[in-house]
Design a protein around this ligand. Structure first.
Ligand SMILES: C[S@@+](CC[C@H](N)C(=O)[O-])C[C@H]1O[C@@H](n2cnc3c(N)ncnc32)[C@H](O)[C@@H]1O
Length: 276
């Protein structure tokens, strides 16, 4: 693997943090280098010093940032992840939304290869409480590679590690060594590319009744986590919900939301008035 000096490591990781929020601390130095090494090889760049210059000034730098977005993050995901939260959505939260009578809009804000937004669509359909025409799911990510997989909607066994076989039978059709999402489910989800640090674009996506931003804040440093969850407040309807991953929390981060504790899950509701 190519040598990197301490200064070069700091320069490249800060550029990445500023662009995507993803934070590589000193312990993740090796991980970052192994992810970057393929990019340097592809670009024919021979030193990290030149690569940093490339990312800063090269006319093709935006192309490189696009490609980097697909290699820098962990895209680990699967259907019906953190099922207790999905149950909370299908239960009292959905009842609350239906009382408002407007069309329901959900956002899977770091959707990876699509398992999360498709799970949301299936969960809502299966409640039998809401017509397809009364809800839609927006799904975004920074990784072009992950979004490409999401759009293909073809999945193999690993994606179904928490899915009951009956559910697979109902909502997927078998194809080769995997399964494709049923068209009824696919129609409910629209995919797009969005960087969570792009605050005007985040606000413009709204308004949503609920935002799912699960298992991504853990890769950000604290100031970026705060910035992102506070920008979600501008994309949520009053009283809207924010769902985070089980290893993530708003504790000591912001008081714009109040925790709503359910059986086996915590979700956050946007406060209508911020406490003094
Ligand atoms: C571990 S996956 C989580 C997928 C899904 N939310 C789940 O919980 O199963 C994290 C995703 O966050 C995306 N991501 C990382 N930084 C991002 C950013 N700045 N803007 C948008 N998406 C980002 C990655 O590309 C990756 O697909």
């Amino acid at each position: 693997m190519l040598e990197i000096s301490d200064d070069e490591f700091v320069a490249v990781r800060d550029l990445i943090r500023d662009r995507f929020g993803i934070w590589y601390d000193d312990q993740k130095r090796f991980l970052l280098l192994s992810r970057l090494s393929t990019r340097l090889a592809k670009r024919g760049v021979e030193t990290y010093r030149s690569y940093v210059q490339f990312l800063r000034y090269d006319p093709k730098r935006e192309e490189e940032w696009n490609d980097l977005a697909s290699v820098l993050s962990n895209n680990e995901t699967y259907f019906f992840r953190e099922r207790a939260q999905l149950k909370a959505l299908a239960g009292s939260i959905l009842d609350e939304f239906r009382a408002r009578s407007s069309r329901l809009r959900l956002w899977s804000a770091a959707c990876s290869s699509g398992e999360e937004p498709y799970s949301l669509a299936i969960t809502l359909i299966e409640t039998g409480k809401i017509a397809d025409s009364m809800f839609s799911i927006r799904a975004t990510d920074i990784s072009p590679r992950a979004l490409d997989l999401a759009d293909k909607a073809f999945y193999r066994a690993l994606s179904f590690r928490a899915t009951e076989p009956a559910m697979i039978q109902r909502w997927f059709r078998s194809e080769g060594d995997g399964f494709v999402v049923d068209d009824r489910v696919k129609r409910l989800v629209s995919f797009g590319r969005l960087n969570l640090l792009d605050e005007p674009s985040v606000a413009a996506e709204g308004p949503f009744d609920a935002i799912f931003c699960r298992n991504v804040l853990i890769y950000f440093d604290k100031p970026t986590q705060k910035r992102v969850v506070e920008s979600f407040a501008k994309a949520l309807r009053p009283g809207g919900y924010l769902f985070l991953g089980h290893a993530e929390s708003l504790f000591h981060l912001t008081d714009l939301y109040e925790p709503v504790v359910g059986p086996d899950s915590i979700v956050y509701r946007l406060r209508t008035a911020v406490p003094a």
